[in-house]
Design a protein around this ligand. Structure first.
Ligand code: GLA
Length: 386
């Protein structure tokens, strides 16, 4: 899909609501480059903001009502003055923008009294590319612009995460919102999640990222993510630390006997993955992409065998990608339990190579994975004001 222009978004807004928008904001999706489930364990992650986005156009609603429309949905949702209750069913996506609106108050920021809102996206949802964080951040920037406000990237990320934790009910960490807020073309976002402290690491344009989206259901909201979160906290408690990232691999090895076999596997994944994030950042600084690739594939194997958040489909894709001479490394990206595999390749890897891997994974009539070629991109921003 060609990205929509601001004129096209304005025209759709005009057709939907009968008047022009006053602001258009845009936030990128993200690829979890490495750091699987380390964020809520106080560890480090590396993420790439990507050139697939959510755009939010907005205008005040003079009657103080809340109207929301997604370009991929059937009809406008119209809500009364205090949209207090959680929406269920096909309109449940509106809990994200409404959660952001409510979070403005929690952050002592001004709220528009009502709004008309349009969402347009070229980010596949359910692929583990964080369409929800992009929606939160673009909404926050658009709603704040309606009341003359703005927010710096760190607070913007915190507000998006707060909306997701408190009003959508997903206990996510800061990876998705932090990467979407701080992204920069040609760089990866490094987050030390305990602060959180944000920095950037160079990422060569000659190292393309490929996504193979299995289209399997990404079950974050269904509780598997929450179960892993719980297991990590239980393991930390049994080990006598606040968060698993407090431990080095050597410290964990000496205390592992205190854990049940399942909790020991979860803890090893987090502690070793955290070390891999640091090693990856160092390797990127040195320009050692072969080492980066090996660390990515090691991360996948750890998800597969220790954290058990991979699936046979994701493993099959990694198994096909790993031996390819132009592939440096491959791993599941995001929460897991479905979603997508990310591959880091040499620049000689072509669309044809990607399609061939997809065909070997599932030849028609079976459904091959969706192949998406991505570039790193800039973070969330207000694109246009009327
Ligand atoms: C999801 C969450 C993130 C992070 C990843 C796993 O994307 O939203 O906060 O925990 O899973 O690393």
């Amino acid at each position: 899909m060609r990205p929509p222009t601001t004129q096209e978004i304005s025209a759709l807004f005009q057709r939907t609501y009968g008047h022009a928008p006053t602001v258009i904001a845009r936030a990128p999706g993200r690829v979890e480059f490495i750091g699987n489930h380390t964020d809520y364990n106080g560890g480090a992650v590396l993420g790439a903001a990507i050139d697939r986005y959510v755009w939010v156009a907005a205008a005040p609603n003079p009657a103080g009502r809340f109207r929301l429309f997604s370009a991929s949905g059937p009809s406008v949702l119209e809500l009364p003055a205090d949209p207090g209750t959680r929406i269920t069913g096909s309109g449940s996506w509106a809990n994200y923008p409404l959660g952001v609106w409510r979070s403005l108050k929690d952050f002592n920021l001004p709220q528009p009294a009502g709004f008309d809102l349009l969402v347009v996206s070229d980010l596949p949802s359910g692929a583990g590319l964080s369409s929800s964080a992009a929606l939160e951040l673009a909404t926050a920037l658009a709603l704040l612009a309606l009341v003359g406000g703005t927010l710096e990237a760190g607070r913007l990320a915190a507000l998006g995460r707060h909306a997701e934790n408190k009003y959508v009910g997903v206990p996510c960490g800061i990876l998705d919102q932090g990467t979407s807020a701080h992204g920069r073309a040609g760089q990866l976002v490094h987050i030390d999640c305990r602060g959180p402290v944000f920095s950037r690491v160079p990422f060569p344009a000659s190292a393309p990222l490929w996504i193979f989206n299995t289209r399997e259901k990404h079950a974050l909201i269904d509780g598997l993510y929450a179960t892993r979160h719980r297991e990590c906290l239980d393991a930390a408690q049994a080990l006598g630390v606040a968060l698993l990232a407090d431990l080095t691999p050597a410290q964990l090895a000496s205390r592992e006997k205190k854990l049940t076999p399942v909790l020991a596997k979860r803890a090893r994944h987090i502690v070793e993955e955290n070390a891999r994030v640091h090693d990856t950042a160092d390797a990127l600084q040195r320009g050692d992409l072969a080492m980066v690739g090996r660390l990515l594939t090691a991360s996948h194997r750890s998800s597969q065998h220790l954290f058990e958040n991979s699936t046979p489909a994701l493993d099959a894709l990694v198994n096909l990608l790993e031996p390819h001479p132009a592939v440096l490394g491959a791993r599941l990206t995001g929460g897991g339990f479905g979603g997508a595999v990310m591959a880091l390749t040499r620049d000689i890897f072509t669309e044809q190579d990607a399609v061939e891997i997809a065909r070997r994974y599932a030849a028609p009539p079976a459904r091959p994975p969706e192949v998406i070629h991505l570039q790193s991109a800039d973070g969330a921003t207000v694109l246009w004001r009327g």
